[in-house]
Design a protein around this ligand. Structure first.
Ligand SMILES: [Zn+2]
Length: 539
């Protein structure tokens, strides 16, 4: 990878970022940044905020440059609203910093911010994402931004002028009262930000505020560490303070007058810095979580995805699409097709047939500059694992027996961690009405109603079960209707033959699992076992 250039979007950004860093800050570590608010569960769409700079930073690191990926936790932001499912009494905390709000009931964490950060941090570790995390609460309350805050307040007229370039273009915005002030104190008494700055003295930095709770005081801003710059000023301040060269953001930040656009002017005109290279990233959709999300009242997180798919596969989803392309993450049957695609790519890479961009995305998925991520030694197809686990209801001994017959698996550890992911998918996302239940006893009524042709087909099947391999069984189930039609085994499929095969398969599903469809037949036959198949087809 170190020699690759221009192979994919990640390489192209890495080129751009490296040359920009050499111009802006030669000899210094290259800074890529992400920002997240721990105001609630951090969902898979937010993961793009991390994966985009991660992949670029990782490419820069692979090329031997010193690089740091900052993760700014916006945990000094205000608690905005009580989400559904949380005790309504939490409303008393609205307006406090997220680090001053107690965690939801039953949480092992002390604060709201820690509660939502923790699972995300764990998922990042599993994904091989290395970040340098910064708590904005710590930054603000330690006075780290003192000079920048005083500068922003001194230059408030200039900031106001930048904002007003856009304000006039927006309709229906209420007229502001009083002077623009870019700093918001948290109330000393109630801890909330329901404050209004009523006076400020540029000479002494004396700042007077009142709070909706009735409290009011005068502080010296030069010593005050209980407040923060408003978002549109805070963000560009940090670009300048940290020397950020690359930071992407969501589409919602890119409209006229938005934080990104305004920030680009404020960082130059007020803080004397430059806007990072910042691609806009598109939406990440989810399929198959509709029922789940409405009942849980939230959207899936990276931890939810990592329960059902391996880290390299999740990394691949983010690596193979350019940031501006939206994509979907499947929690339904689509995950089986995704895994088929992933395995096909793996074989292509192994045989040296992958295109440069495919190879780049694959390499970024399975490894980082620090080394390879854990892989499944014997990657049996996910759909096969899911079918087997569905049929065996996860019974380890039976699962191993079937996988041994199917694919020569000698121990379940060979198919881990993929097996565990498939097992959770079956348990949590395969709808109950699609679960496979192998019949324990033959369906005598159905067997009694069969035509001579159907009886003959079942006899041909039972007689052919000796070739007990996946290929052998595949040939067998497709072959029975050919024999019955007087066709040779290598006969091409005609519409008539296909119809006969479909009918035969439907009959087998009914006899074996009592439904019209089920897992792929050869897999199902192997899972059921030859003796039980003979018994269920009445032979
Ligand atoms: Zn107050």
């Amino acid at each position: 990878m170190a020699d690759s250039r221009e192979t994919d979007w990640v390489s192209r950004f890495a080129d751009e970022v490296i040359s920009e860093a050499e111009r802006r800050a030669p000899g210094r570590p290259i800074v890529c940044a992400s920002g997240l608010s721990p105001s609630g569960p951090i969902h898979l769409g937010n993961l793009r905020e991390i994966m985009t700079p991660h992949l670029v930073a990782d490419e820069i690191r692979r090329r031997g440059h010193e690089v740091v990926h900052l993760l700014s936790w916006d945990d000094y932001d205000r608690f905005r609203r009580v989400p559904a499912g949380i005790d309504p009494s939490w409303a008393e905390h609205i307006g406090k910093p997220l680090t001053a709000v107690p965690a939801p009931p039953g949480s092992p964490y002390a604060t709201w911010a820690e509660h939502f950060k923790a699972p995300f941090v764990e998922a990042l570790a599993e994904l091989g994402v290395e970040v340098h995390a910064i708590s904005q609460t710590e930054q603000y309350t330690s006075g780290a931004y003192r000079e920048q805050i005083l500068l922003a307040v001194r230059e408030r007229a200039k900031i106001d002028a930048v904002l007003s370039r856009y304000r006039t273009k927006q309709q229906g915005e209420p007229a502001r009262e009083g002077e623009y002030f870019p700093y918001k104190p948290y109330c000393e008494l109630c801890g909330r930000d329901l404050t209004t700055v009523t006076a400020y003295d540029d000479e002494t930095t004396e700042l007077a505020y009142t709070c909706e709770c009735g409290f009011g005081e005068t502080v010296r801003l030069a010593e005050h560490d209980k407040g923060k710059l408003v978002w549109k000023v805070d963000w560009p301040m940090r670009w300048a303070h940290e020397g950020v060269i690359f930071e992407p953001s969501g589409v919602d930040h890119h409209s006229p007058g938005s934080a990104w656009v305004v920030g680009g002017q404020i960082v130059r005109e007020v803080f004397g810095g430059e806007q990072p290279i910042g691609p806009m990233y598109a939406f990440v959709g989810i399929t198959g979580m509709a029922k789940m999300s409405s009942s849980k009242g939230d959207v899936p997180t990276p931890s939810d995805a990592l329960r059902i798919m391996e880290a390299p596969v999740l990394r691949w989803l983010y690596a193979r699409r350019k940031p501006a392309q939206s994509f979907k993450i499947a929690f339904d049957h689509e995950i089986q097709r995704l895994y088929d695609e992933w395995d096909a790519l793996g074989r292509k890479v192994e045989s040296g047939q992958a295109q440069p961009a495919e190879l780049a995305a694959y390499t970024r998925a399975v490894s980082t500059a620090a080394g390879p991520l854990p892989a499944t030694p014997h990657p049996v197809a996910y759909r096969t694992l899911a079918s087997v686990l569905d049929i065996t209801t996860g019974h380890a001994e039976q699962t191993l027996r079937i996988l041994r017959d199917l694919d020569g698996v000698r121990s379940l550890d060979e198919v881990r961690p993929r097996l565990d992911r498939a097992q959770r998918w079956v348990a949590e996302y395969l709808p109950a009405d699609q679960r496979t239940r192998v019949r324990e006893s033959p369906d005598h009524e159905l067997l009694g109603s069969l035509s001579d042709g159907e009886r003959e087909a079942l006899r041909l099947l039972a007689d052919g079960l000796d070739n007990w391999t996946l290929d052998g069984l595949t040939e067998l189930v497709y072959g029975v209707p050919k024999i019955q039609a007087g066709l040779p085994p290598d006969a091409k499929a005609t519409p008539e033959l296909k119809a006969a095969q479909r009918e035969f398969f439907a009959l087998l599903y009914k006899l074996l699992v009592g439904r019209d469809t089920g897992p792929r037949l050869p897999t199902l036959l192997m899972a059921v076992g030859a003796d039980q198949v003979r018994k269920l087809v009445g032979r």
